[in-house]
Design a binder for this molecule. Structure first.
Ligand code: HEC
Ligand code: HEC
Length: 358
């Protein structure tokens, strides 16, 4: 509406100016023709001008007064503008952010509410994790089976992925899973701007981290939700520990690393098995860690890309980066999340010891 009005006003001004110039052109032409040749006697610079009396009287005062007014405008106006401008800019950014959150949440809504149903699969508008109905084909028998596939919680997605990595997931989806490609580059229905608003919406629903609530200047990838040293809040960490205990009770003799690898949170958000064990996401796991979307991790320490335990720990903390090599032969795609902000150092060490024993 505002854009419409501004455009309309601009058109009116443009029309008036154009018509004005055209009229001036013709009037000027016409008057010039009448006076053709007369400038010899009546050159404009030889016309008599005001005499001194007029020039130095009220006319001069009026000009001086105008000058003072202009000077005062600059002296007061410029500093006021300088003082107010940062606030105006911050306000404009806030407003844009707010609008994007609104648009993104419209897209995130369930089908019934006119959205693309992200909330339907990912566990509501706060995206705390859910399940998606899906059909898998048995590679041996060719039978098609209906399953429920874990859709991870997204209220922690920026703890493990950078904004560009999440943009990639939204654009291209996760092939062979219920998560389809949403962006135009992946053949989906959404424009670049739609995807951007979804990202801003996702940022707005992130769980607030512990350790950097006040100092948002220490940020990773300019995301205020994750900062160096910032981790999941204690309540969420407690949930992880509870899930570990449930796993250990059900699997006597299992190590803490094994539990964390296979963690059975309803959301499936923190588990490694979700990506590294075929079928784990829909309740029909194959051999643990033998590879799904993520690579086969079995073969133990000797078969690993990481000569030492410490190398592997730092890889899992940071995750992979698209185009960047890792370990000895690894080629990162950016699809392996970083767990440094989601799990404690001890938890990651326990997982690595478990993985290297496989
Ligand atoms: C039909 C159900 C379904 C819909 C609709 C859906 N997703 Fe997903 N999404 C999934 C599943 C299942 C996964 C996990 C796939 C896997 O196992 O790798 C996933 C994965 C993701 C991931 C990666 C998270 C991670 O940590 O690995 C993001 C981000 C995501 N979805 C965002 C969205 C957004 C935004 C929308 C709406 C435009 C959306 N999804 C719509 C089912 C869905
Ligand atoms: C969202 C899916 C996903 C999750 C969850 C995930 N990974 Fe990965 N992982 C990958 C992908 C994909 C790769 C391959 C590297 C790449 O594409 O950048 C990988 C690679 C790896 C590698 C390197 C393998 C090699 O030999 O090159 C290790 C080790 C690993 N992951 C361990 C883990 C552990 C431990 C966890 C749980 C804390 C985990 N991953 C959770 C997707 C995932």
């Amino acid at each position: 509406m505002i854009a419409l009005n501004t455009t309309a006003v601009a058109w009116v001004i443009f029309a008036v100016v154009t018509i004005g110039w055209i009229t001036y052109y013709f009037l000027n032409n016409a008057s010039a023709r009448k006076e053709l040749g007369s400038e010899v006697e009546m050159a404009p610079n030889r016309k008599p001008y005001y005499d001194d009396e007029t020039l130095e009287g009220r006319r001069l005062e009026r000009m001086q007064f105008l000058g003072v007014i202009l000077l005062a405008t600059m002296v007061i106006g410029l500093p006021v503008y300088w003082i107010l401008e940062p606030d105006r800019q911050a306000g404009a950014i806030d407003k844009k952010q707010e609008e994007f959150i609104g648009w993104g949440s419209d897209l995130f809504e369930s089908t019934a509410n006119g959205g693309f149903n992200c909330s339907g699969c990912h566990g509501g508008m706060k995206a705390t994790g859910g399940q998606a109905p899906y059909a898998v084909t048995d590679p041996n028998t060719g039978d098609v089976r209906a399953v429920n596939w874990f859709a991870p919680a997204l209220n922690t997605v920026f703890y493990r992925f950078s904004k560009e990595e999440v943009r990639f997931i939204l654009n291209y989806g996760r092939p062979f899973s219920p998560m389809s490609a949403w962006g135009a580059p992946g053949g989906g229905p959404m424009t670049e701007q739609n995807i951007e608003t979804l990202l801003v919406y996702l940022e707005s629903i992130q769980i607030q981290p512990e350790g950097c609530l006040t100092d948002t200047s220490v940020t990773k990838d300019a995301d205020p939700y994750v900062c160096d040293g910032g981790t999941l809040p204690a309540t969420t960490q407690d949930e992880i520990q509870k899930a570990v205990d449930v796993y250990l009770a059900a699997n006597p003799g299992a190590s803490e690393g094994e539990a964390l690898f296979n963690l059975d949170l309803a959301s499936g958000a923190y588990s490694c098995a979700r990506c590294h064990t075929q079928g784990w996401s829909y309740g029909d796991p194959g051999v643990t860690a033998q590879g799904g979307m993520g690579w086969n991790l079995t073969g133990g320490a000797t078969n690993s890309h990481f000569p030492t335990e410490a190398d592997m720990i730092s890889f899992i903390k940071a995750g992979s980066v698209n185009g960047k090599k890792y370990g000895m032969q690894g080629q990162g795609s950016g699809r392996m999340p970083g767990f440094g902000h989601m799990l404690t150092d001890e938890q990651i060490k326990a997982i690595v010891e478990y993985v290297r024993s496989l």
